[in-house]
Structures are given as C-alpha cells and as structure tokens.
Design a protein around this ligand. Sequence first.
Ligand code: PDD
Length: 280
Amino acid sequence: RIAFVNGRYVPHAAAQVHVEDRGYQFADGVYEVCEVRDGALIDVTRHLDRLERSLDELRIDHPGERSALTLIMREVVRRNRIRNGMVYLQVTRGVAPRDHGFPADVRPSVVMTARAASRAKADAQAAAGIAVITVPDNRWDRVDIKSTSLLPNVLAKQAAREAGAYEAWFVDGDGFVTEGSSTNAWIVTREGTLVTRAAEHGILRGITRGVVSDVAATRQIRVVERPFSVEEAKTAREAFITAATTIVMPVVSIDGHAVGDGKPGPVALGLRAAFHDGVE
Ligand code: PDD
C-alpha cells in the first residue's frame, strides 16, 4: 500500500508525520472521506468544496490547487489499485513547537490514504439493515466543520459496537436526533416524507445527504429538513443513515426497538439503488 505524505508517495508502513504536527497535538486539522466506485472518485467536487470551507473556518491555508489535490487523490487510488473503497484526505495546520495559538509561517500538512471496501459486503449489510443506539450529543457546537477532533464520535461509535450496534445517534438536550457518529440520520414518515435535520450548526452537512436529497427530488419524494425525536424515529416507517462510507444504509432497530417491520424499507433501499445514477 502507498500513502501520500507532504508531497511524496511513500510505502504505507513508512508513512509518517512529525511528532509536533498540530493534528497530532491539538487535532488542529480537517479531513474528507471520498467514495471510490469502479475506480472513480464520487462527488469529489462537493467534497473539495466542503474541505475548503472547513479550512477557511479554521483559517488553515489551502494546501494547493483543487486540481492538484484531485490529481493526487486519483494517483493514490491508482497506486493502491482500488476499484471500490475510499480515499482519506487530511490537512492539518502544520508542524510547529507546541503552543496553542496559531504559529507564524507554518505550512499545512497533507496526508492521503486509500482503502478498498467490499461492495458485496456493504450490500449484504444493507439487505439485513443495521442497528443504532442513541447517546447524548456532548460535542462542541461547530460540528459543521469536518475537523479531525472526533473524540465524542470515537466514544459514541465504541459504545455502539459494545452494544452490538453499527452506529450511535447523537441526541440533543431536547430529545432530538442530531446525526450519527460518522453518518447523517434520516427517517421516513408514515406519509412517505423524508426527514433529516437541517444543516445549520448542529450537524455536518453530509455530501451523501445532499445527493440523497437530489435523488429524492427526481423520484418525487418529499424531503423536509427539521429535527426529529428519538420517539418519532422509533415509530417511523423507515430510518436510514448516509455517509460516503455507507451511502444509504437502512436502520432496522433503534435502542433495541424495531423500526417499521424490523426489515429494511423500500424507500431506503430504492434510494440506495438509485444513488449512483445521479452523481457526477
Ligand atoms: N464521516 N456526520 C458526521 C459526523 C460524519 O463524520 C460524516 C462523514 C457524515 C456524512 O458525511 P458525508 O456524506 O459527506 O460522508 C455526517 C466520514 C465518512 C468519516 O468520518 O469516516
């Protein structure tokens, strides 16, 4: 395997950054995960738009032209011979002696890796559906920035694993679901309307979330952006999650309570099947 680290393609086992990288010391960095399907990067333009927004919000310099970043992403995919899987792209503020404030004259660090993922395995998982648990949303209020600062997400995902679930949904102080630890959360109402939380400051504006909204529109499915409670989700007709790593993944259980008839629903499975028709 090959990784890209600050201008070089290096063997994955030897890929290193400095111990005083601010990503390592402060989680002072941002990232993107882009799906690779049949060797192609999916929604790369939207991912790079969001990367630039995250960088701008944290006042980290852009590490280079988007065209150069895209080229390197493609090269990492090619060198690793990935047909299906994902590319991980991380930009940190850079290397400097440890001090909380921004260092002067620092160059951002750029790291990219790629990994294969089995489509058959993901499709089998979608056919079975996944379980989610709920946990209090104890994150900061700038989760709209795709930062590598992910400790609450790490702890939530681990709690899910230990409960035999695939994902943990964060719940705000009013009992409303915000999003998953690494996915956006959706329900389908009895009327067949898709509901997902508005992407203001409480959630990450998922790229997959945006594409699913577009796909729904072409299929005459109504999408409403509003908060939904855990109670509403448990009694919804369907529920599902979205992310570049899962695309549309049906949720069949919430905190041990079956959603709908406890099987993946037609709306979620339909959106999953149609997803890649609409992407550039
Ligand atoms: N996670 N919400 C959170 C908190 C996320 O971390 C992610 C993505 C999403 C979905 O965004 P998108 O559709 O753009 O992938 C929502 C990536 C996949 C990860 O951390 O691995």
